[in-house]
Design a protein around this ligand. Structure first.
Ligand code: XIL
Length: 545
């Protein structure tokens, strides 16, 4: 391993490309990263690797490099709308991530630019990147391209791939499941190319001497983090989490797509028609960790339009057929909430302190999002969800509505409007402010919004998914640190004035395991060294009288 790493540096080739065209590489297949004898074949490695890699598909004939992702079929298609009359058609898509993909391991440690032309009846198509760092896989968007049905739209974006990334895959996907047509697609290196034959292992720093967020903030609110099972298995992460946090939220494993069991549900449709089968294997590692280490859990999330399999909304769970009717969907919703809450309470009594019952129901364009929950049940689906949640939740469990950009005036007004009847019925306890923000977001506006939720609905507040995307300048670390300090200071101020803000959860631990890693939005660097953002949080609380 080590040898290989040294050769990697020796063989680094500096190539100027500035994202411009180079000779297409025919074979983009995965390199062997297995633990084989690393001393062999160095010369041929050198000969092969001095050029910056290029992925390029023009789809002008049957031969292309794209590989299928998920259940899809990829087929060369003659297409008059395409520049060279040829395109790739991606069909038989069953999940948002189903599409076309390319191995991009050779781009490790470099900035890349991906570009493509697409058409689709889906409103947009994404160029995304997936990779694994420290056994944790993240998925990021490189570019979102708004698409039309009849003509091609071109889009591109840049992305810095971390040096410690493995299994790097660039792919094309779309939230909607219609076909996607690709005309041209390419991925190139921006600037100088350095070749890293394998992921550079992260050397974690000693974090045991850091001041503890949960201790420092104990008079104000719980401090939480989003987790994934793999990160908890890493000692440096586990130690840091135990020292710093007293609350956690599963980043993915409590979501419907992780809990719902399609195979079981369709195998015995009579039995599961109104009560979809559930499985809890994926969430146990994190629940065990929380229980064993004295953290409480925010359960995230029960009723959401995303990360919820589409089959749930169909008659007989068959997406080839019709949407299920209101009564069926109400029964499925009730039973899902019941089963998840009852299993959790039975196996981990008292551990889940709060549930995000409904997530992201407000539409960015105003009003309620026209999700499949909305379409099948109707406008009162939020009220129904909270009614069921109240019915099955243990007495001390708090019920939350959670959303992003919910400090923005119009969105806030919409949320207050649809939550009012829920609050009047006494079925909601809190507002979750996701808070995926950036250093230019007006903190005063944000704090005013918190006060308004309290004044209008009388609800408790949790900051549930805080991350603060960095600014553009060279001084971004300090700027972000100052932002964290001001943000936390003002939260404390409001708390002191009596606003019931009870927890602040960061959406991940280090920048590399963030879901928006390229924005460096968190408080630890990838070796777990502290960023000015962490220090800003500590200073905010230390400067209190
Ligand atoms: C994100 C996770 O962090 C990612 O790992 C996943 O790929 C997508 O979802 N709003 C939410 C969270 O409520 O559940 C989302 O989490 C981020 C946006």
């Amino acid at each position: 391993m080590k040898l290989n790493r040294i050769y990697g540096f020796m063989l680094s080739a500096l190539m100027l490309s500035a994202c411009t065209a180079q000779t297409p590489v025919q074979d983009t297949a995965a390199e062997t990263t297995a633990e084989t004898d690393t001393t062999v074949d160095v010369l041929s490695l050198e000969a092969e690797k001095t050029e910056a890699p290029v992925i390029s598909d023009t789809f002008s004939d049957e031969s292309f490099n794209a590989e299928k992702r998920g259940t899809v079929i990829l087929r060369y298609t003659e297409d008059d709308a395409a520049a060279d009359k040829g395109a790739l058609r991606i069909f038989n898509r069953n999940n948002s991530w189903d599409g076309a993909q390319y191995n991009a391991d050779k781009f490790r440690g470099n900035e890349l630019e991906a570009e493509g032309s697409f058409r689709s009846t889906n409103p947009n198509v994404r160029i995304s990147i997936q990779y694994t760092v420290n056994d944790n896989t993240t998925y990021n968007t490189i570019a979102t391209v708004n698409t039309k049905e009849a003509s091609y739209s071109k889009g591109s974006g840049k992305y810095i791939v971390p040096k410690n990334a493995e299994n790097i895959i660039v792919y094309v996907e779309s939230d909607n499941l219609e076909d996607i047509y690709i005309d041209d697609f390419s991925v190139r290196v921006c600037g100088e190319y350095t070749y890293y034959p394998e992921a550079v292992a992260t050397e974690f720093v000693d974090t045991s001497n850091y001041p503890s967020l949960k201790e420092e903030y104990k008079d104000y609110f719980r401090i939480g983090t989003a987790t994934s099972p793999n990160l908890l298995k890493k000692e440096p992460y586990a130690e840091l989490i135990k020292a710093q946090y007293n609350s956690m939220t599963m980043g993915n494993s409590f979501k419907p797509d992780s809990i719902l069991d399609h195979n079981k549900s369709v195998r015995d449709i009579e039995k599961y028609m109104y009560s979809p089968a559930v499985k809890f294997d994926a969430v146990k590692t994190e629940l065990d960790f929380a229980r064993d280490n004295g953290l409480t859990v925010r359960g995230h999330t029960l009723v959401w339009y995303s990360q919820t399999p589409e089959w749930l909304f169909y008659k007989n769970y068959d997406i080839g057929g019709e949407l299920a009717d209101r009564e069926t969907m109400l029964a499925r919703m009730e039973n899902y909430i019941k089963n998840v809450m009852e299993w959790t309470e039975e196996n981990y009594p008292g551990l889940v302190r709060a549930w995000d019952v409904v997530n992201e129901a407000a539409d960015d364009g105003g009003g309620m999002r026209k999700s499949l929950w909305y379409k099948t049940i109707g406008e009162d689906y939020i009220e129904q969800a909270f009614m069921f949640a109240r019915k099955y939740a243990p007495e001390d469990t708090k019920l939350f509505y959670n959303d992003y950009n919910s400090y923005q005036t119009r969105k806030q007004n919409d949320i207050i409007t649809f939550l009012r009847p829920v609050a009047e019925a006494g079925n909601i306890d809190g507002i979750g402010m996701q808070s995926h923000i950036n250093v230019n977001i007006n903190i005063t506006q944000y704090m005013t919004a918190l006060q308004k939720y309290y004044d209008e609905l009388g609800l408790e507040i949790n900051v549930t998914e805080l991350d603060v995307c960095r600014g553009k300048g060279d001084n971004w670390q300090k700027e972000q640190g100052d932002y964290f300090k001001r943000f936390m200071s003002e939260l404390i101020e409001l708390r002191k004035k009596g606003l019931p803000i009870t927890s602040v959860t960061l959406w991940g631990i280090s920048d590399t395991d963030s879901w928006i890693a390229s924005d460096y939005p968190l408080i630890f660097n990838d070796d777990l060294s502290r960023k000015p953002a962490f220090d800003g949080m500590i200073e905010a609380v230390n400067s209190q009288e």
